[in-house]
Design a protein around this ligand. Sequence first.
Ligand SMILES: *Cc1c(COP(=O)(O)O)cnc(C)c1O
Length: 331
Amino acid sequence: MAAFGTEFTQEMVISQYEDGQWSDLALVPVEPFSLHPATHVLHYASECFEGLKAYRADSGDIHLFRPDRHVNRMLNSAEQLLLPIPDETTLARALHMAVAAVTDEIPVNPGALYLRPTLFGTEEDIGAAARPSQKATFYVLTSPVGDYFAGGLKPLRVKVDDKAQRSTPDFGEVKTGGNYAAAMRQIVRAREELGADQVLFSPGGIVQETGAANFILIEGGELITKPLDGSVLPGVTRDCILALAADAGLKVSERDFTVAELLERAPHGEAALTGTAAVLTPVGELLHDGNCVKVGDGAMGPWSTRLREQLCAIQTGAAEDKYGWRVPLNT
Ligand SMILES: *Cc1c(COP(=O)(O)O)cnc(C)c1O
């Protein structure tokens, strides 16, 4: 299977906003858009997106994983960007419609169908720098994904940066391309200079998250992660892992913690990134100020392994869904 993000199904769901109204959801071929050079998003980054997955269980039944959470997060992103957006029910319907159209293209376990709902401002006006776009396009692109970890789970090398900002203190919870653009040069620099896979943004010495995933530290029976204070993305995977960890007997602490605490505890503990694409990926090394601190013995630890396996089993339909996270495809 092609690399993640480069293969798409043939059809997608789309709706356009104009004159104060959204058009009916329509199923259309995946084709290039035609955009006027003055289109709002191209100049003023009026854009947000989501990423979630639909699975085909071994029974053959198809379900979406926590679509309600993704719909609500997208509503929040659109609100913060002052973008028009279809209502909650329509958004949910668009997700089901996008999956239903391509059911025969959903890979079997451990593959899945990745959904990328996207919203962007389409008003043709380069003078609208400080005005919201009065026109918008919403669509749900889908992409079959194979086993992300076919080559095995390799613990990541992560640069801990106590200066660089990924976003701003209150825009970090918005899933918008602008935040990725802001973080990219730091990540590329860390890769080139240190061979790092990711940057752990920790401005002011307070640990936040990486460019596209939340961060957790597990040590001494405690799981610690940054609280949802607006500066970090409220990850759905993060939420799942916190619930599973609490049920497994870990003390879950959503609190601010410093780079100093991280570096002191990591050698006896575990650290990981969480997100839809990578589920839970272990961190093996933390690079800070010219030092390399090994997390545990550098390999994936027992808590990370257990939490990851539990979550994957619920996601794919192999385990009981006692939290009600799976939503059957509604055709
Ligand atoms: C999407 C994203 C996440 C992960 O969110 P999930 O809902 O778990 O996929 C974490 N951090 C950032 C910055 C993100 O963009």
